[in-house]
Design a protein around this ligand. Structure first.
Ligand SMILES: NC(=O)c1ccc[n+]([C@@H]2O[C@H](COP(=O)([O-])OP(=O)(O)OC[C@H]3O[C@@H](n4cnc5c(N)ncnc54)[C@H](O)[C@@H]3O)[C@@H](O)[C@H]2O)c1
Ligand SMILES: [Zn+2]
Ligand SMILES: [Zn+2]
Length: 385
């Protein structure tokens, strides 16, 4: 079949809307009609080149380029066709994407760490998770799919392990947001940082991820949730999602956090800026006190290997720095759980969507993200839901 898709052909190039051809699903695959796609910063890293593996890594993977690639990993849609052997979804089911697959059998899935599933390792490799062959192409050759999902396409063929059935009566726009931004931010606070009642938590960077770290920290009972972002609109939004204090920069937060904690500093610091650079870690780790935890959720350029952490304080103040993918949640358990909290009225999702765009305006949407105008922009594909 043929459809439209947002494709990236190289670093520093805009998303181009192209006609693509999609093959029918084979064993353990599904064809999804994506109705919504969230404009997460992770796709922007392809545009800036932060997400482009260095030459030696590409050589190891046996590929020359990660382009051309269909973008999009935050998504929701409706199952349009199922391949042989698919049992967890049927045609017509509403689904959330899951940028981390869950095979259910690997070492990590079987010990409750689906976010680390082995089958997620091949994100930049061409072809399907299932058999390595390609189902998507344009007239000039095969396409890769970002995170093997490609939710910037109206239709894509993905592994069954990357879709999760959701209730039919849920609005599909908010389902898309839960598939990455909400889960990642909320899990960064509640699971990876393990925010406890009474904690002081600092969240650095209030986009689609950080705002949900604020929301998660507040739900977990933090006494103070300090939101840091240079954009005033983001700081105002953070207050609506449970922040108690806001500052325009980490530098500006140091003195008030020192004062409000009587010098103890934060229990948890969650790093969610659009791009993480090594020098940000000096202030980020400095905002955490004795026994403090610093969670690194934001993505740094792939080649970033230096960071300015005070190693004396790391040992003597017994601090802990932790990375996280997908907020260390299990997509199969936690995506439905987060959506059930929305249904129960305890998790805010509608308020996360600042603007919606047709696919043709994807570059307008990403410019709004760069300009700090959106908590989340969402693409509504033609036909919608
Ligand atoms: N670990 C994961 O599994 C995972 C999943 C999704 C996204 N991410 C990453 O999380 C990060 C955030 O994504 P997003 O979609 O929320 O981005 P976004 O662009 O929507 O928001 C980032 C925010 O950070 C703010 N910011 C930038 N520099 C700052 C600084 N020095 N101090 C304070 N605030 C600053 C910006 O003003 C903006 O409001 C990205 O790096 C993204 O790739 C990681
Ligand atoms: Zn994302
Ligand atoms: Zn697995």
């Amino acid at each position: 079949m043929k459809c439209k898709a947002g494709v990236i052909r190289g670093v520093e190039q805009p998303w181009s809307i192209e006609e693509i051809e999609v093959d029918p699903p084979r064993t353990a695959e599904v064809l999804v009609r994506w109705t919504h796609a969230g404009l997460c910063h992770s796709d922007e890293h392809l545009v800036t080149g932060d997400f482009v593996p260095p030459d030696d890594a590409m050589k190891l993977m046996g590929i020359e380029s990660i382009f051309p690639m269909v973008g999009g990993h935050e998504g929701s849609g409706i199952i349009s066709e199922v391949g042989p052997g698919v049992t967890s979804v049927a045609v017509g089911d509403h689904v959330s994407s899951s940028f981390v697959p869950s095979c259910g059998r690997c070492r990590y899935c079987s010990r409750g760490q689906q976010n680390l599933c082995d089958s997620g390792g091949g994100t930049f490799l061409p072809g399907m998770i299932t058999d390595g062959t390609s189902r998507h192409r344009t007239s000039d050759g095969d396409l890769k799919l970002f995170a093997k999902l490609g939710t910037f396409a109206e239709y894509s063929c993905v592994a069954e392990s990357q879709v999760i059935k959701v209730d039919d009566d849920l609005p599909l726009d908010v389902v898309a947001l839960v598939s990455c931004g909400v889960a990642t931010g909320w899990g960064s606070a509640t699971v990876r940082a393990d925010v406890r009642p009474g904690d002081t938590v600092v969240v650095v960077g209030i986009g689609g991820i950080g705002i949900n770290a604020v929301q998660g920290a507040a739900m977990a009972g933090a006494k103070r949730v300090v939101a840091v972002d240079p954009v005033e609109f983001k700081r105002e939004k953070a207050m609506e999602f449970g922040a108690t204090h806001t500052y325009a920069s980490m530098e500006e937060a140091v003195a008030p956090v020192t004062e409000m904690t009587r010098g103890q500093m934060a229990d948890k610091v969650i790093m969610t800026p659009g791009v993480l650079y090594g020098d940000m870690m000096k202030l980020g780790t400095g905002l955490a006190g004795k026994g403090g935890t610093i969670v690194v959720t934001a993505i740094a350029p792939m080649t970033q290997t230096e960071s300015s952490v005070n190693l004396f304080e790391l040992a003597m103040w017994q601090k802990e720095i932790k990375g996280t993918i997908f907020g260390s949640l299990n997509p199969r358990a936690d995506i439905p759980n987060l959506l059930s909290m929305y249904q129960a009225g305890t998790l805010k999702l509608d308020e996360l969507i600042t603007r919606t765009y047709p696919l043709d305006d994807i570059n307008v949407g990403y410019q709004a993200m760069r300009d700090g105008e959106n908590i989340r922009g969402v693409i509504v594909h033609e036909g919608g839901a």
